[in-house]
Design a protein around this ligand. Structure first.
Ligand code: SF4
Ligand code: SF4
Length: 151
């Protein structure tokens, strides 16, 4: 479900622009309010929904599985440390979900430039760049050999 902005609630702070991994949250040059420039490219990660201090961003279901008449409301309650979702179906049923806000401090994640540049030998391993140290483990778990994969 891609996102959209209630422009009357938005104050143009730009938090959603900064956090969007798909770079599709932009500020309208005339109205100075945010909008999703390309819903088809939305990752549906909802980082913008959770980051918006004005509760100005909601999500809209695709018509094939969420026909007109439903609504999805997202509420960020910073003081409670919770994100609340309220799903309303066309037949009137309501479902509510609550999840804790991630508490990793802003800016505390090391950017890729802080790691040493991987060498070409890494291409021959199953590890991704900077694994396993970036995961803060000594080694990734491996599957024990079983009778099924013995030759
Ligand atoms: Fe960008 Fe994610 Fe928001 Fe979509 S849900 S607009 S990808 S931050
Ligand atoms: Fe508007 Fe919310 Fe985006 Fe700020 S984070 S620009 S208030 S939609």
């Amino acid at each position: 479900m891609p996102t959209f902005v209630y422009m009357t609630r938005c104050d143009g702070c730009g938090e959603c622009v900064d956090i969007c991994p798909s770079d599709i949250m932009h500020i309208d040059r005339t109205y100075r309010r945010a909008y999703n420039i390309e819903p088809n490219f939305c990752w549906e990660c909802y980082s913008c929904v959770k980051a918006c201090p004005q509760h100005a961003i909601d999500v809209r279901g695709y018509a094939d599985f969420a026909p007109l008449g439903h609504s999805v409301r997202v509420l960020r309650e910073e003081e409670k440390g919770m994100i609340s979702w309220k799903i309303k179906y066309r037949d009137g049923r309501v479902k509510e979900f609550r999840f804790p806000i991630r508490t990793t401090p802003w800016g505390s994640i090391r950017p890729p430039a802080d790691y040493t540049v991987p060498d070409a030998a890494g291409l021959g391993t199953a590890l991704l760049a900077h694994e396993p140290e970036a995961l803060e483990v000594d080694a990734l778990p491996t599957l024990p050999p079983s009778r099924n994969n013995k030759v």
